[in-house]
Design a binder for this molecule. Structure first.
Ligand code: HEC
Length: 133
């Protein structure tokens, strides 16, 4: 009786796990984006005219590739050009995000809003983070 019950609960557990994994591979990245980035870059990634650069369709993000990892952890305070416009306001780093969370955020923004900027791997993110200036 007990054995049957525990086999049954294992099956249910495995099913629930598979369903939750399958539903949206970008779920954690989306939630983290919402919490840590959307207040500035906006929910739809368009930024704020002249003050906050866009991420949606952004040539800078597209070319940054793995350097996005350092921007998220350490911030950025250069004058940068995004889609032909200059931005000078600094962005503070967000040091509490783990390597894993940063990977998920990048993989979310790289494919959100019509972006098609590729996929980054955790091991490459780790290696890049070790060498951030
Ligand atoms: C407090 C506002 C603020 C928050 C929060 C913020 N950013 Fe930024 N971000 C900026 C500003 C301002 C710049 C421009 C920096 C510069 O000019 O040097 C920028 C630049 C960038 C850039 C490079 C330029 C571009 O548009 O491609 C990326 C990528 C980026 N942010 C991603 C993120 C991600 C991902 C998060 C969340 C983890 C985040 N930012 C959170 C304000 C913010």
């Amino acid at each position: 009786m007990y054995l049957k019950l525990s086999i049954f609960s294992i099956i249910i557990g495995v099913l629930a796990f598979l369903i939750s994994c399958d539903s949206n591979p970008y779920k954690q990245g989306a939630i983290l984006y919402e919490n840590f980035c959307a207040s500035c870059h906006m929910e739809d990634g368009v930024g704020l005219e002249g003050l906050i650069p866009p991420l949606a369709g952004a040539d800078y993000l597209k070319n940054a590739n793995l350097q996005t990892t350092c921007i998220i952890r350490k911030g950025i305070s250069d004058t940068i050009t995004v889609n032909g416009r200059q931005y000078t306001d600094p962005m503070a780093g967000i040091p509490q995000l783990s390597d894993f969370e940063i990977t998920n955020i990048i993989n979310y923004i790289n494919q959100a809003w019509g972006n098609d900027f590729g996929y980054v791997k955790l091991e490459d993110v780790r290696e890049t983070l070790e060498n951030c200036r």
